[in-house]
Write a protein that binds this ligand. Sequence first.
Ligand SMILES: [Zn+2]
Length: 127
Amino acid sequence: MTVSVHEGLFTIDPPALLGARCDGCGHHHFPRLAQCPYCGVEQVRPVTLSDRGTLWGWTEVTVAPPGYRGEVPFGFGVVELPEGLRVITRLAEPTAAYTFGLPMRLRIVELHTTEDGNPVVTWEFAP
Ligand SMILES: [Zn+2]
């Protein structure tokens, strides 16, 4: 059985990030919070965010962060979604070909496997 690396952040099929839209100021945010991080009101509505965006910034992680069990190196950066928010995200390789504004699409990838052999997945954006 496929396992999400972190519950509540994304869906696997179809691939989607779980965000929210504020009824007060209209801003979207991710990850989903009970209170708007921009204006503080508690009237936020759960939404599924767009699976497409544009590349805004990127780098390459060459040393595994603490607790990380996937492969290195991997891309890491910021993708701007049509909803107007920028998401910090894992990026597909190779990062050498990246340019500002490059169209990107969300996808689900296997990160590692559990001791029982079940795939553990996360999201990333790829060109
Ligand atoms: Zn707000």
